[in-house]
Design a protein around this ligand. Sequence first.
Ligand code: GDP
Ligand code: CA
Length: 314
Amino acid sequence: MKVVALAGGVGGAKLVDGLAALLNPDELSVIVNTGDDFEYLSLAISPDLDTVCYTLADLANPNTGWGRKEETWHVFDAIQSLGGLDWFRLGDNDLATHLLRTNWLQQGVPLSVITERLCSLWGIEHRVYPMSDDPVRTIVHTASGEALGFQEYFVHQACQPEVAYFEFEGAENARALPQAMETLNACDLVILAPSNPWVSIDPILEVQGYRSVMREKPVMAVSPLIGGKALKGPAAKMYQELGIRPTAFAVAEHYEGLLTAFVFDHVDRGELEKIEACRIIPLVTDILMKDEQDRIRLAEEVLLFGERILNRSH
Ligand code: GDP
Ligand code: CA
């Protein structure tokens, strides 16, 4: 079975890691959100690409959800002691990634090629695609009328501002990555990983082309919410501020018109009927991924469920 997963950072990376343990490199590709990308201290940072790649390469810091394990912080300690810009801290090994990426981008190498190079250096065999080689920037418009760059909102302001709506600057003119489109066209199943629907999956869907191919494919989403709560990050808070109750059903509804199947937690079993009423095929299971075993177990269930759906539709 050929699978394409759409992912943001932490939640997405965990499921992708489980899928990668079960599927061969020619059976799994990942399209990653780049709406979080930004420039900081003249460096090109791609947080979600790095989280996915570090996770797949077993280099990720398991405690933070960003950056690398076994990091040192000499550069940022020095920057801090000089009174420099330090609201977004980068570890020394992580900095090497950003320095190289920035340098290659300046030489005109596309982000997709850079990602391919890094993956190969890190021993990642599955394909990891940025959603586009053209810049897309998620802007958080707040209830008080401000327009914040995503990292400004997410890190600097610690997701405190109340959100009003999101804008994906550049998405309209960004070209979907041709290789990603090709893989998507040829796949049997699309999986929307348990990433933030508003700011991790939506930016990908906003890039022209992906959504229309996906309408022709079986699409399965895994809920990032359990019992009305996000495991990490502002997903639930965003739903609330946008006037929507943060439930598994709300996540399914978010992807209206796209979903064939939906995987959500036992805790939310009460929403089963509402989800089925939308003609979405449900799988109720344990969707919390605490460790490597959980990732593989959930990925296994998701793939078996996928096979069942495919058999049904043939
Ligand atoms: P970010 O870019 O790092 O914010 O990453 P994502 O958007 O990919 O991930 C954030 C989302 O992942 C949050 O909404 C979390 O609720 C969700 N998430 C994190 N861990 C888990 C997990 O173990 N299971 C599920 N189902 N969702 C998770
Ligand atoms: Ca992110």
